[in-house]
Design a protein around this ligand. Structure first.
Ligand code: GDP
Length: 297
């Protein structure tokens, strides 16, 4: 489960400080040292950890905290607030276009979970927001990707717009939106091609689709288990495409949490959803405060 390692690692430290009637500056320093080591072990970006610890120290050593009631608990509260802020603070909402359909472009590297997440997101929008999405198969390089999306569409009983592997992805995306308008579909979710690595050809194609369909959201799908690699991938995609948010998949298998804790601070873009398993109903809105609670127990 997400953050398991971090939570286990910090349990002792949290107990120690919350149990104290009085907390000294030295106690705070010791605790932040532990938090720092735990975060680095969890593969959180080095600079992110450094800045975070500085903020925690500044706030926790403040008079109000150390001289207040339950100083130990207050110190932990500061840590929790800072972790929440680090992950984006408020839970961020999904866009709604003034004039339907709302267009969402799904981008990411192969294997990150993009196609699965396209299906999960459609399911989530229908279940929680009563929307009727249409899926678009714009990954024309891998016939398997088109089949996979069509299978998901069948499972969900949702239309999948596809023109096989011969058509141009930009045209597919454009025509899909026309079709969605005719069929009164209020969300169009475009599953674009992925590659094994970030490369120019991929970015050019995504940029062309972006320029043509003018999406309301560009969601980058990254695999949480790849840790700092996921953060680097997010930086590259954001530099090229100016993404609007991140979907972090496979958080169910990520005991460390380095990507979850670093992405917002490094890219400035929020994590909007988290994949918590392979099934279509295992996509959750990402709540920074709940994630921070998971870490601190
Ligand atoms: P794509 O190449 O990016 O389109 O990746 P796929 O959608 O084909 O997913 C790759 C693999 O990751 C599949 O086996 C999915 O079932 C799996 N997967 C996707 N999201 C999650 C998740 O949140 N948790 C787990 N455990 N597996 C996931």
């Amino acid at each position: 489960m997400a953050f398991e390692g971090l939570a286990d690692r910090l349990q002792g430290t949290i107990k120690k400080i919350t149990g104290k009637g009085k907390v000294s500056e030295q106690d705070v320093k010791e605790m932040t040292r532990e938090v720092r080591l735990a975060l680095l072990e969890a593969d959180v970006n080095f600079k992110v950890v450094k800045d975070l610890i500085k903020r925690i120290k500044e706030r926790a050593i403040g008079q109000d905290v150390l001289e207040g009631l339950n100083p130990g608990q207050q110190v932990i509260k500061v840590v929790k607030e800072e972790l929440t802020d680090l992950m984006g603070g408020e839970q961020s909402k999904i866009a709604v276009a003034n004039k339907p359909p709302t267009v969402i472009m799904m981008v990411g590297l192969q294997g990150a979970g993009k196609t699965t997440t396209t299906g999960k997101l459609a399911n989530n929008l229908r279940k929680n927001y009563n929307r009727n999405p249409m899926l678009v198969a714009a990954d024309v390089y891998r016939p398997a990707a088109i089949n996979q999306l069509e299978t998901l569409g069948k499972q969900l009983d949702m239309p999948v717009f596809s023109q096989g592997t011969d058509a141009n992805p930009v045209d597919i995306a454009k025509q899909a939106i026309e079709q969605a308008k005719e069929d009164h579909r209020d969300y169009v979710i475009i599953d674009t091609a992925g590659r094994l690595h970030v490369d120019e050809g991929l970015m050019d194609e995504l940029q062309q689709i972006k320029d043509t369909v003018n999406p309301d959201e560009i969601f980058l799908v990254v695999d949480a288990m790849t840790g700092q690699d996921a953060v680097n991938v997010a930086e590259s995609f954001d530099d090229q495409l100016d993404i609007s948010g991140v979907v972090l998949t496979k958080l169910d298998g990520d005991t460390r949490g380095g990507a979850a804790l670093s992405i917002k601070a490094v890219t400035g873009k929020p994590i909007k959803f988290a994949g918590m398993g392979e099934k279509l109903d295992q996509l959750e809105a990402f709540h920074p405060d709940r994630m921070a609670s998971r870490i601190l127990g």
